[in-house]
Design a protein around this ligand. Sequence first.
Ligand code: ZN
Length: 303
Amino acid sequence: MGAGHPYNPLMPELPDLAVLADAFHAAFVGRPVLAVEAPGPLTLRGTPAEQQALVGQQLQRFHRRGKFLWLELDRDRVAINAMLTGRLQLAGDPTVKRPQKTMFVMRFGGRAGGPPDDAAEWTAGASWMPESAATPELRFKDATQMGKVYLLPAGVDRAVPGAGPGEMGPDADDPSLTPGVWRDRIRRHPGELKNLLRNQEFVAGIGNAYSDEILHAARLSPTRKRSSLAPEEVDELYSAARSVLAGAVEILRQRVPPAFETEVRDFMAVHGKGGQPCPRCGHRVTQTEAGGFVTSYCRGCQR
Ligand SMILES: [Zn+2]
């Protein structure tokens, strides 16, 4: 990401992580941990003893909250924050070649039955689902080593920055985030809309790419101030957030597996599409860059 290097970080966001959490929950829950390796010392937050203590515990739940992934084992928990370049791989078998820059690996054993009863429906019968007797691996690779894996043994109070009390609002797709709750929360944030959508304290899970897509769907400019929005525009932003995220999850369920370590963004309307015609009005998409982050929007139809 040096100077002059075109850099558009594909940070995992809610839709990417929602698909991954569904799949990993279905693939790994009910399996005991056989081994834990941490070849990347910068990645792991935890001691070797805590790492070893995971062995033998069965995975009960794998879920997403904001941009974090959580593994709930019999006794302990693990939190993963992929940051910009962290990616997770599902290796059906330990002999599958490890990606470069693999920083953390959990190997799981066989399980008596198939996927758990509460596995997401869309994962049923998937070709990538490891056989019950398989010993699949969860692998975390990270080229920049900015991502973190937190070991959270029962009784140990280790901070998970960004996931603490008050640091995260409701998930952007949370059913309890009604239009009324959205209107109430958004009042506290007067600034520019792109920053607002990416602010995890407002709502959790939206990053650089999906904020552009949501603003395009809502026909609002990324630099518009929230304080300038009419009430119907606040509601339009809510509807756009819900429909863009839900639509992306649907697409990614079809497109991502079994390569969970890849990110699919080619279906987006404007993000990363600078210079191309806006799919809604045909105007050329504007792309700006600040702090290494690309913002794409249409001057033709976003106000
Ligand atoms: Zn347009």
